[in-house]
Design a protein around this ligand. Sequence first.
Ligand SMILES: NC(=O)c1ccc[n+]([C@@H]2O[C@H](COP(=O)([O-])OP(=O)(O)OC[C@H]3O[C@@H](n4cnc5c(N)ncnc54)[C@H](OP(=O)(O)O)[C@@H]3O)[C@@H](O)[C@H]2O)c1
Length: 261
Amino acid sequence: MPDLTHKIAVVTGSSSGIGRAAAMRLAARGASIVVHAAKNRAGAEETCAEISRLGGKAATVLCNFADAEARSKFIDSAWNVWGGVDYWVNNAGVDVLTGASKELSFAEKLQLLWQVDVESTIHLSREVGRRWIAEKREGAAIVNIGWDQSECGMEGDSGEMFATIKSAITAFSRSLARSLAPQVRVNVVAPGWIKTSWGETASDLWSRRATAEALLRRWGTPEDIAAAIEFLVSPNSGFITGHVLPVNGGLDHSHLPERDE
Ligand SMILES: NC(=O)c1ccc[n+]([C@@H]2O[C@H](COP(=O)([O-])OP(=O)(O)OC[C@H]3O[C@@H](n4cnc5c(N)ncnc54)[C@H](OP(=O)(O)O)[C@@H]3O)[C@@H](O)[C@H]2O)c1
């Protein structure tokens, strides 16, 4: 188990799902956490409260990453919370599958995903890396979030959108790892089907598909992804950079999906 005492971690999008699990996991190892959400202050504060209950330290910073100016200010705010940053996890991602955004057109969803998932990962990672190099900070690490099926592709609107978006994040991260080496490590976790808000409300057909596409025959949990994030920021992965780690229960290529149209 890594000891992350005296380390400071920013986990974007930690008001729910994977981000909350990652924030809690890093806090449980001793790191002080900057919890972030776009607008869900109650969710972010619930994450902070859970961390306090575990005896950890956490504070919330809100920022809508669709707003480029606000996003730039977010880095200063995050840096100031605990007096520096050691680990940066770009986990925030727009939910275009549930809630109001579900009704947007394909083009509108793609635009939102591009701004929030891709542009914010690129801009935040570049600026954070630049600061760490200037500070000569040792042991710093970035973890970005991809998607396991972006490599093989998936049919339909969601497949076309998410494969494009998460492939862009993965390609960028591999390149940034080269730019920031040897001082800063950059890696990607590529989740499979993880039971967060969309998974909780997924149809029976999608639930069958999610479990059938994993060799381990179950949905992934936010904690499965949090464990991989913990590994990739911690010194236990100190000789790993530019790597993409699928956490998907083993993608079962033999499964032929049922169609829901
Ligand atoms: N679940 C899966 O199966 C799966 C698979 C592959 C990849 N992923 C990726 O894993 C990441 C986390 O997913 P999740 O399932 O845990 O999602 P989630 O529970 O919906 O959490 C998404 C987080 O992103 C934040 N966010 C949304 N829009 C934002 C914006 N405009 N600006 C800044 N932050 C924003 C949310 O903040 P608010 O609460 O304030 O909206 C929330 O904290 C995402 O990047 C997702 O694409 C998930």
